[in-house]
Design a protein around this ligand. Structure first.
Ligand code: SF4
Ligand code: SF4
Ligand code: SF4
Length: 340
């Protein structure tokens, strides 16, 4: 087998294969939406340097296995236009694309199809993904970020290190309401059931538990419910799957403006650097939050952030899940070694 530095190649987005000497290139694309012309490029890399196949990665990268280390410079030269288009043109990232990816670091920013196609979307998820890519890449610190266009959360934002979800604050105009009750039923059926018809035939809302999905707006036949022009966001933190305490992310912030979200995300690299003492080791972002403690994390992430007046930030978060370790659903309690 030829000599190669596995760790170095991994940093450059070539993942070690179980076949000695072979690597899998991971092509990132923030937001996972692109011109179909790039499929020809993927095909060419697969057929020229890979084993002919590709995998759509779990973080929606094009994964091209079977590349020998000696071909990495050739492959990097060939994919340069793709990197330039995805990173520099589309996201405004400043990087030298001539030698491939400089870091694996932050994993591909994933997003649902959102505003491009989906009738439920409250935000343009692609644009948001591009803006976030510019804030976090390139740098050597690992973080997984996902963006959902509405609280249906098709992108599983609640299982990302940082999950961002677009929300709306519907506005009610009683003068347009015909008391049909459709919004009450819809919210009850698909959301949190926070609407109620009162004795005057208008709608009361428990604003506290509104999840900002916009289903009431979609169903209202008269336009009595409408979306505000300004869109808002919620942020989940610390979600993860895997070996060490898999858990759902907890809500860190709600009703944030886009500016506030971007200012918060811009603080992530400095937080990672501090939490890892400058060593870019592989650790989920959620572990860094655990390591720092929520209060310290919060201080870092909100440093210099101008919060809009609607914004809410969690005073504390409570990580509750322990069940995976304890196999609590699989074994009766008296079969656990440590339970008497
Ligand atoms: S999360 Fe919402 S906006 Fe995104 S695809 Fe799912 S339903 Fe559509
Ligand atoms: S935005 Fe969603 S949760 Fe809020 S009132 Fe409308 S349907 Fe209910
Ligand atoms: S769906 Fe519209 S018109 Fe019907 S009760 Fe609700 S707000 Fe009024």
């Amino acid at each position: 087998m030829e000599d190669c530095n596995i760790k170095e190649l991994r940093q450059l987005c070539y993942r070690q294969s179980k076949v000695p000497g072979e690597f899998m290139l991971q092509l990132r694309c923030a937001g996972n939406y692109m011109d179909s012309k790039w499929l020809e490029m993927v095909q060419h890399v697969c057929q020229t340097w890979g084993d002919g196949n590709f995998h759509i990665g779990t973080r929606l990268t094009f994964d091209i296995p079977g590349i020998k280390a000696k071909y990495v410079p050739e492959v990097n030269a060939y994919i340069e236009p793709f990197l330039y288009e995805m990173e520099c043109n589309m996201c405004g990232v400043e990087m030298d694309t001539s030698k491939g990816y400089p870091y694996i670091g932050p994993r591909n920013v994933v997003a649902c199809i959102g505003g491009i196609h989906c009738i439920k979307a409250n935000i343009n998820t692609q644009e948001m993904a591009h803006k976030i890519e510019k804030l976090i890449y390139p740098n050597p610190y690992h973080v997984k970020i996902g963006i959902g266009g509405c609280p249906n959360d098709c992108v599983k934002a609640q299982f990302q290190d940082i999950g961002i979800v677009g929300v709306t604050r519907p506005v009610y105009d009683a003068s347009r309401c015909i008391a049909c009750g459709a919004c009450v039923k819809k919210c009850q059926k698909v959301a949190t059931g926070v609407l109620e018809m009162n004795d005057q035939g208008t709608i009361d809302k428990d604003t506290c538990c509104c999840v900002g999905c916009g289903e009431c707006v979609g169903i209202c036949p008269t336009g009595a419910w409408s979306r505000q022009e300004q869109v808002f966001y919620k942020i989940y933190i610390g979600g993860r799957s895997g070996k060490q305490f898999p858990r759902m992310g907890k809500m860190f912030a709600n009703w944030l403006s886009e500016e506030a979200v971007l200012q918060i995300i811009a603080n992530w690299p400095a937080f990672s650097e501090w939490a890892l003492e400058g060593k870019a080791e592989y650790l989920h972002g959620g572990h860094l939050i655990d390591r720092a403690g929520y209060q310290r994390f919060k201080e870092f992430m909100l440093d210099g952030v101008e919060l809009n007046e609607e914004a809410l930030i969690a005073d504390n978060v409570y990580w509750a899940e322990q069940e995976y370790r304890s196999n609590i659903h699989l074994k009766p309690l008296d079969k656990h070694m440590n339970v008497k």
